[in-house]
Design a protein around this ligand. Structure first.
Ligand SMILES: [Zn+2]
Ligand SMILES: [Zn+2]
Length: 248
């Protein structure tokens, strides 16, 4: 880590305490952290009912969910995790928020996103024993210098006062982007890609934290590993989710 990269976040943190909070998506002042200004709020798509009870995908209005309120995909192939929820739809407006956070050192966004996630995932947070972020491969972590999922988990842990285990999972190898792949190819790409490093997972309800839920293949791989290590239940909470990439 260069000296500048080290000092920049500290400088931002000091500025954040001195200056009034900014809108999550632009520089307009707002009353409290984790808020959007009115124009950005109007552009932002929060996820709201009707949702699939299991994976939390927004269902089109008027479309009847299947048995137990499930989307067609969860009915056909139930995921390894129990429930997934997200705060925002991952669309053009949300990209302006998430991509700089993920790739361009805008790490201060984590706190605002965590506030939104705490609302969207209140039930999952309430029953979680520990929060665990989706891991980055060590080479990606060196490039990026931070794991955005770990920053979100850390902020959520502080907000709701639950323990966070940032190093509980490990990514064994670099995986190719899953977006263009079909269901089976995603699953086989993630096969054995994630291991549990922590020894104290047995008997704990885990809340897996990530920035974006796309196909759910990564979350599923993490959930399978955690269930294999003795966790009775794994839920997933993300800042944003792609509306339904599994239909492509
Ligand atoms: Zn704004
Ligand atoms: Zn579903």
């Amino acid at each position: 880590m260069t000296l500048i990269a080290f000092i920049k976040p500290i400088g931002r943190a000091i500025l954040d305490t001195l200056l009034p909070p900014n809108c999550l998506a632009c520089d307009a002042p707002v009353e409290t952290d984790g808020q959007f200004c009115l124009p950005c709020f109007r552009k932002t798509n929060f996820i709201s009912a009707p949702l699939c009870y299991c994976c939390g995908v927004p269902l089109p209005f008027g479309e009847a969910a299947g048995q137990g309120g499930l989307c067609g995909v969860c009915e056909a192939v139930p995921p390894a995790f129990t429930q997934a929820r997200a705060a925002l739809r991952y669309d053009d407006a949300t990209k302006h928020l998430i991509l700089p956070f993920k790739y361009a050192d805008r790490t201060e966004t984590a706190r605002g996103l965590a506030i939104l996630m705490a609302k969207a995932g209140a039930a999952l947070l309430a029953r979680a024993d520990v929060l665990i972020p989706v891991p980055l491969h060590i080479s990606r972590l060196r490039q990026r210098r931070y794991n955005q999922a770990a920053l979100l988990a850390e902020q959520l842990g502080r907000l709701i006062k639950k323990p966070v285990q940032p190093d509980a999972l490990i990514r064994n190898r670099i995986t190719v982007p899953l977006g263009p792949l079909g269901f089976d190819a995603r699953r086989s790409e993630m096969q054995d890609a994630i291991s549990v490093r922590a020894k104290n997972i047995g008997g704990k309800t885990i809340l897996l934290i990530d920035d974006i839920l796309t196909s759910g293949a990564t979350a599923n791989a993490c959930a399978r590993a955690l269930l294999g290590a003795g966790a009775p239940r794994v839920d997933v909470l993300t800042a944003a989710r792609v509306p339904d990439p599994r239909l492509t």
